[in-house]
Design a binder for this molecule. Sequence first.
Ligand code: ADP
Ligand code: MG
Length: 456
Amino acid sequence: MNLQDFWNETLSQLKADMDEGEFSFVFSSLQFESSTGSKITLSVPSAFFREQLKGKYLGILEEKLQDLTGQKIEFAFSLRKQEAPAKVEAPLPADDSQGESKKAAKPTVRKAHPQLNPDYTLENYIVGKNNEFAYSCAVSISKDPGNAYNPFFLYGGVGLGKTHLIQALGNAIHKNNEKSVVTYLPAESFVNEFLSSLQNKTQSAFKNKYRNVDVLLIDDIHDLQNKKDTQEELFNTFNALYEAKKQLVFTSDRPPQELKAFAERLLSRLTRGIIADLQLPTWETRLVILRTKMASKGMKLSDAVLELVAKNVSTNIRDLEAALNKIWAYGELLNREITIEVAHEQLKSVFAGPSQQNIAIDLVQRVVAEAYNLGVQDLKGKKRTQAITLPRQIAMYLIRELTEYSTTEVGMEFGGRDHTTVMHAVQKIEDKVRTEPSFEIKVQNLIRTVRDRAGS
Ligand code: ADP
Ligand code: MG
């Protein structure tokens, strides 16, 4: 029995049953290697890919082959070594001979995208086990927007690289497709624009704007929780774009099933394509990140110092960068060499402090907002009613209590408020805690909730 023929038949049947984009993503990376008796060996690009495949498609493959051959077929997998991490797949237009010839004929370099940070690229996104799958999805999409994977739902905790990856994807598409209209925005801006379009009676302009794009990238979709009308609007936008085979990408700080107060039908749309998550990098990957960031910023630190940082700062990539910047700045400022001891001293607060416990500003904001039945946007916004001001001040106070962020940094995270506003808030809450026992209990409860959530 030649199993290769059965394998080919299996693929053509699956192709007919499955979504085209999904099919090509999964099965173009999978190669028939050999077969003996009732066993087929397939080669896969990575262990991660193999696990995903086993989890999601192995059952279907076995079933189809059993139908076709009338016997149970086993599968074995081999890793294709030469084809190292997904990194190789990154679009590198400068090295791409096809791209070069096109360019030579018509030398156009598209202007940088106005909404996207040019520093966020696929090329400088460091790939490890923690983000390999998400990264490969982004690379595939960048090569064939609208067809590879649609929509793409990317989730992961704070500082793990969601904004970097979604913007890098946008930059790549923008750069390689001269006519593509790429629109990126945080979900919060989508809410604000939608609401002001209602107020100013410019709904049709709003609709036109978002329904005439080729790629819609919405960051931090969790900010749409509780925003019923905006969700409805996004639902309609989604349908229009999806029908027209336009690429949609969403990020969230939590998995879809944990999104609260989210319309079921919208959620099922957002998650009908591919879902990928970003995990914490392992310490080896953290070291690679530190080395790379150091080199790109022209810093020089010893391996021993970098290892110290990589081992001790395990919360997320943003904290890792902050730690690196902190010790480097210290050395520069005092014109001192950064020894292990100096680094240790400088990072003491980071190591011992609660940020080790992964407490991030937006976690605190979320906990406080939820406790007071508000949205995080309310805390960051301009309104100064008592119902919002007090929770806002509590959130500022908790962040100062629980994290190492400076008053300036905290102010920035509250709609760009001045650091003196933060200091005033902290003072006010301190006084209130001292004088009102019931308030103190409330604050303690909030602290516990934040710590629990950060720890989980
Ligand atoms: P999030 O949006 O998930 O909170 P960001 O995308 O803002 O996280 O990432 C925080 C910082 O870490 C940014 O400076 C970003 O460039 C950097 N970063 C995150 N992931 C990576 C990565 N894989 N490679 C290089 N830098 C990264
Ligand atoms: Mg982000």
